[in-house]
Design a protein around this ligand. Structure first.
Ligand code: GDP
Ligand code: MG
Length: 163
């Protein structure tokens, strides 16, 4: 079976934008579970001759009370369960937030390899904004831009190195 890469992060950091860039048209078909929408979140990608499945965990939505909190927790749990490598995504435009720290704590316990990707690094000026994310404790942050497609090569090198 293909190794699995999961993209995890709080809403709005750009997970789906990057997911679409990674998979292009190559969606995978999966069945939804009752109360949980899982379609449009699995795709297939490759880099340096290595093929892998990608999960956009932000696509998992849970209905009912405390929906946002439950969804974020379910997303992290799915990633931790299924992923061989987790891409933890944050946002250079908004900077480090409490929600990022919360996701980080869930990921820490997983023991899975984590690649820290800081999205929305759209220009040189913003490339200095990635340094505060070192404090999350996941090593070197990779600055990327879903808008321009920049930085993805270095990020993917780090991902496939860990597969
Ligand atoms: P998700 O909730 O994490 O899946 O985030 P989305 O992929 O839906 O993106 C959230 C918003 O950020 C959308 O308005 C995107 O167009 C925008 N966005 C995504 N990537 C970038 C980027 O690299 N730069 C900027 N400036 N905006 C981005
Ligand atoms: Mg999304």
């Amino acid at each position: 079976a293909r190794p699995v890469v999961a993209i995890v992060g709080r809403p709005n950091v750009g997970k789906s934008t990057i997911f679409n860039r990674l998979i292009g048209e190559r969606m995978a078909i999966v069945e939804d579970k009752p109360g949980i929408t899982r379609d449009r979140i699995y795709g297939i990608s490759d880099w340096n001759g290595k093929s892998f499945s990608v999960i956009d965990t932000g696509g998992i939505e849970i209905d009912g009370e405390d929906a946002i909190l439950k969804s974020i927790r379910a997303q992290a749990e799915l990633a931790i369960e299924e992923a061989d490598v987790i891409v933890f995504m944050c946002d250079a435009k908004s900077g480090l937030t409490n929600a990022d720290e919360e996701v980080a704590q869930m990921l820490f316990r997983s023991g899975k390899p984590i690649v820290l990707a800081i999205n929305k690094v759209d220009n040189m000026k913003r490339s200095d904004d990635i340094y505060e994310f070192y404090s999350l404790g996941f090593g070197e942050p990779f600055g990327i831009s879903g808008s321009h497609g920049t930085g993805l090569g270095d990020m993917l090198d780090a991902v496939v190195e860990r597969l």
